[in-house]
Write a protein that binds this ligand. Structure first.
Ligand SMILES: NC(=O)c1ccc[n+]([C@@H]2O[C@H](COP(=O)([O-])OP(=O)(O)OC[C@H]3O[C@@H](n4cnc5c(N)ncnc54)[C@H](O)[C@@H]3O)[C@@H](O)[C@H]2O)c1
Length: 333
């Protein structure tokens, strides 16, 4: 059994508590400053070790920490873990500005601490299949991607005006909160980004200081390009990710992957990786897969969860996207 400390027991912290619990490989403890939330999480997950603050926890007695506080706290919490020599997984995004990021990453490297970032789609079966088919050369050389993820966010997160989402300085908004997942997919599949341009705005949602819409263009070292489009108010829930190569296209629509390599208008090899599963349960199941992947990582086994360096590139895309629209220019990273 590994001693695992969940830092922050809000929405995502509870998914991790459940996920690690289901592995049967973890003894769980929590840090949660909000007394009501702390007591509720402890009761829900049968936890006897619960601390109000990271300074109260015997940090170096843990094998792994999962940082689930809002992103403006991530640098300070990563620094604490690195200083105590504790492996960690930090939730996305890595931070909300570049302040302190490089110093924290240096510290992690110097202490030889295993660290990954919680871009959960890397354990989704359909994304792994998409990646494998691209690596196998099914669409030739990947040159272009169009990613559209748009849905009525308030329906899925009714408390959105009261969470970090409403506040840019806490990591909220379409770019840092939502597009960040898609940037990770692109970094995983297309490599290092070099240039970014963007438009964004709050077009519809009320009661936040953050953008609900973004149109982001990214160029990669390979010369390939991608467009990431998000709106968080439309009624239909669209997740359509198209990858275009020299020999064909792969299209991932939610969990359905399909392929085309002619102009017949027909898509082939259509497979829904969630067929027969309840979407909410399938999503929760990913947190168990991610927990297992992280527990493998601390045992020295191979692990393909996002690295801190990849998450740093991701954050630079997000910050460049904002800068691009504010300064009305393309940003070289
Ligand atoms: N991977 C995903 O799919 C996914 C989904 C949602 C959120 N997230 C990320 O997870 C993080 C938290 O999001 P959430 O939705 O759980 O937010 P939340 O507001 O529901 O919960 C955050 C919790 O952290 C606690 N907290 C605040 N400061 C703390 C500190 N210094 N130490 C310990 N706990 C502290 C808060 O009291 C709260 O209970 C964000 O970075 C967010 O982007 C990831």
């Amino acid at each position: 059994m590994k001693r695992v400390l969940i830092i922050g027991s809000g929405g995502i912290g509870r998914r991790h508590l459940k996920g690690y619990g289901l592995t049967g490989r973890a003894e769980l403890a929590i840090v949660e400053p909000d007394a009501g939330r702390r007591a509720e999480a402890a009761q829900l997950f049968g936890i006897s070790e619960a601390y109000p603050n990271i300074s109260d926890a015997p940090l170096s007695s843990f094998d792994l920490a999962i940082i689930c506080a809002p992103a403006n706290h991530h640098v300070a919490l990563m620094t604490r873990c690195a200083e105590a020599g504790v492996a960690f997984m930090v939730e996305k995004p890595l931070s909300v500005t570049m302040d302190g990021v490089d110093a924290a990453l240096d510290l992690v490297a110097r202490h030889g601490v295993v660290a990954r970032v919680g871009y959960v789609r890397r354990v989704a079966e359909e994304v792994i299949a998409l990646r494998q088919q691209i690596l196998d050369g099914k669409i030739g050389t990947l040159r272009l991607a169009y990613l559209n993820s748009s849905q009525e966010f308030p329906k899925y997160r009714p408390d959105f005006q009261r969470t970090y989402y409403a506040r840019p300085e806490m990591g909220g908004g379409a770019i840092l909160d939502a597009a960040s997942h898609l940037f990770d997919m692109l970094i995983w599949l297309m490599g290092r980004p070099t240039d970014v341009s963007c438009m964004f705005d709050r077009l519809v949602l009320e009661g936040t200081d953050t953008e609900d819409t973004c149109l982001v263009n990214i160029r990669f070292e390979s010369g390939a390009m991608a467009n990431v489009t998000i709106n968080q108010f439309q009624k239909p829930n669209i997740a359509a990710f198209e990858f275009i190569g020299t020999k064909g296209n792969l299209l991932l629509g939610h969990s359905t992957l399909q392929f085309a390599d002619d102009d017949s208008g027909e898509w082939k090899e259509k497979r829904n990786y969630m067929d027969g599963l309840v979407p909410v349960e399938a999503h929760q199941a990913r947190f168990r897969l991610q927990a297992d992947a992280m527990l493998h990582a601390i045992e020295g086994k191979p692990c393909w969860l996002a690295t801190l360096d990849e998450a740093r590139d991701n954050l630079r895309i997000a910050l460049a996207a904002k800068q691009s629209w504010l300064e009305k220019r393309i940003i070289a990273l």
